[in-house]
Design a protein. Structure first.
Length: 344
């Protein structure tokens, strides 16, 4: 099939046989995400003109202040999926618990559940920095026709059938995988259509970017500190020193590193020993995309998608990006224990 000028809809139809589970239902689900993404994109473009920026005054279950656009994006995605009766359950970073989606007859025959971070990096909206939506799709494990259970959502990342993100930046891109590589689609705002612009996305073999909030350096584990010193080493033996690039929006930082080559890290600290990113809404979907693009994603020691979740809002340390860089970071993490002699 000729990829030139291919729309997202044409791609879904043409490559449906490559989906892990060839299903018209999964195709409709991805189409629903496409629709919701266009609506959220429209609202984001109005930021600064209408009262949708800043904090809402509410606090989510993680104890974080919700932004107005967090709530707006969450409701838009949730209602789009519920109205189309395309999933049997939804879990969101902005919801205390999972949402059971009932069919018209109060029984749900749909096979999929969706987990999402509806607006990653939303605090950046106020300063006009790119943000994104992250989503993850699983086949339910509870019997079809019954209400979903928490176990439908607490599956390992390796069980995902699809995952992706929408980057709302200078252009709006929908990037996703169904387990057969990663493809990116750019929205043409004039006609409201996503076109295949980045087929078969891959991490460069050699990366030069590291993305981490170095303001927390004092609170990092010894191995993490030593890896950062390694990144800044003037020895050019392995393409160093690396370039520091950190926006604070996971989608933005990951997207840049996948295109240019690099590593994104949100490690554990003495303040947040379990890390800060959510395994289900951020870690697993980004890890799936990362691996499908030839990269690697771990918690510094263990593959992210091998971790069995124990709760909906579980947090996890996160290392992902170009394989060589992640493996180098893992080497430092395993070599230097907590009682190693500090470098500073």
């Amino acid at each position: 099939m000729n990829n030139k000028h291919m729309t997202l809809g044409e791609f879904i139809i043409g490559y449906q046989k490559d989906f892990k589970y060839s299903s018209g239902e999964l195709s409709r689900l991805i189409n629903s995400i496409r629709l919701a993404a266009k609506v959220v994109n429209h609202e984001i473009r109005k930021a600064g003109l209408v009262d949708i920026t800043g904090a809402s005054g509410d606090v989510n279950i993680q104890g974080e202040t919700q932004q107005k656009l967090d709530i707006l994006a969450n409701n838009l995605f949730k209602q789009t999926l519920i109205n189309r009766e395309i999933v049997c359950g939804i879990a969101s970073e902005e919801e205390d618990d999972f949402v059971i989606v009932e069919g018209q007859e109060k029984t749900n025959e749909n096979k999929y559940v969706l987990l999402m971070d509806p607006l990653d990096g939303s605090s950046n909206i106020d300063v006009n920095i790119s943000v994104g939506t992250i989503f993850s799709i699983y086949r339910r494990i509870s019997p079809v026709g019954t209400p979903v259970t928490k176990e439908d959502f607490l599956q390992k990342g390796s069980e995902q059938v699809a995952a992706g993100y929408v980057a709302y930046g200078t252009s709006t891109m929908l990037v996703f995988t169904t387990g057969n590589g990663v493809n990116g689609f750019t929205l043409n705002p004039a006609i409201g259509t996503f076109y295949l612009s980045h087929p078969n996305m891959q991490f460069p073999e050699i990366g030069r970017i590291y993305s981490v909030s170095e303001g927390y350096f004092t609170y990092f584990q010894e191995g993490m500190k030593r890896f950062l010193v390694h990144c800044k080493d003037l020895n050019q033996a392995d393409n160093r020193p690396y370039t520091a690039r950190y926006v604070g929006s996971l989608v933005t930082d990951f997207h840049r590193n996948m295109i240019k080559g690099g590593i994104y890290i949100y490690p554990s600290t003495t303040i947040t020993p379990n890390g800060k990113l959510r395994l289900l809404y951020e870690g697993n979907p980004i890890a799936f995309i990362c691996e499908q693009a030839g990269g690697k994603a771990t918690d510094g020691f263990t593959r992210i998608m091998d971790i069995k979740p124990s709760e909906l809002h579980q947090r996890v340390p996160f290392f992902c990006g170009s394989k060589q860089m992640v493996e180098k970071a893992e080497k430092f993490m395993s070599e230097f224990s907590a009682d190693a002699k500090p470098i500073y």
